[in-house]
Design a protein around this ligand. Structure first.
Ligand code: ATP
Ligand code: MG
Length: 217
């Protein structure tokens, strides 16, 4: 589902990722770990075609970074759900509207949207908060709102960038369990975290980044 071939990306002021090579098969649950600044978000953005590598190629499903164009990006992202480290919730829309947005974009039947939103908010533990605007949600609630928005379209691939960054240990553990439940329904999951304790011993493959380089490479 995901293949990186000798991928390098350098940000404008230096730093980034260097010569990454790996593959993630369909249906896998993979953890991406590494200290702060090691390049996890950069790698996630490459998978989401938010940035295009300067060298090498990123292949996600049938899409390649080498043939990517602005016109193709929405199509390439159609089957990808992304939980952003900095949420990116729309401030002037309430939780219901933020969560429903991807369904509107996909042209989902409008009369089926409320039920789908309700189910998704219940799944992430935010039922009853649908009228709240982002600033009326706690940090952890905003994080779960971001997860709801990412999973509502039932993507084939779920990218979760530090999805437990604002959660206490119990809620973090529950969130990983929830991602595992989503994975059990057939979704490929890539989750980035610098919290090794949260992910160790769960039997999932681990990609380890250090200063922009994958360990073992
Ligand atoms: N937009 C940007 N412009 C310039 N440099 C950037 C940009 N984004 C990230 N960097 C730099 O690239 C490096 C990797 O950053 P990245 O955000 O990928 O790390 P990370 O592993 O996600 O860290 P964290 O755990 O803190 O989220 C860092 O040194 C950072 O300063
Ligand atoms: Mg990051």
């Amino acid at each position: 589902m995901i293949e990186f071939q000798n991928v390098s990306y350098e940000h404008q002021k230096g730093n980034g990722v260097n010569n990454l090579c790996f593959k993630i098969d369909d249906g896998e649950f993979t953890f991406l770990i590494g200290p702060t600044g090691s390049g996890k978000t950069t790698l996630m953005r490459l998978v989401y075609f938010d940035i295009i590598p300067q060298t090498g190629s990123v292949i996600v499903n049938e899409y390649s970074s080498e043939k990517m164009s602005n016109r193709k990006i929405p199509k390439a992202r159609q089957s990808i759900g992304m939980v952003f480290q900095d949420y990116k919730l729309l401030k002037d829309r309430n939780l219901f509207e933020n969560t429903a947005l991807p369904l509107h974009v996909l042209g989902f039947p409008v009369n089926e949207i409320p039920e789908r939103v309700e189910e998704t908010l219940e799944l992430v533990g935010l039922d009853g908060k649908d009228k709240h605007f982002p600033h009326e949600l706690s940090g952890g609630e905003q994080q779960r709102a971001c997860l709801a928005r990412a999973i509502i379209k039932e993507p084939d691939l779920l990218l979760a960038d530090e999805p437990t960054g604002n959660l206490d240990p119990v809620a973090s553990f529950e969130l990983v369990r929830l991602l595992e439940t989503i994975h059990e329904t057939g979704t490929t999951v890539l989750m980035a975290s610098h919290n090794y304790n949260l992910i160790k011993g769960r039997g999932h493959p681990i990609l380890e980044l250090k200063e922009g380089i994958l360990r073992g490479n």
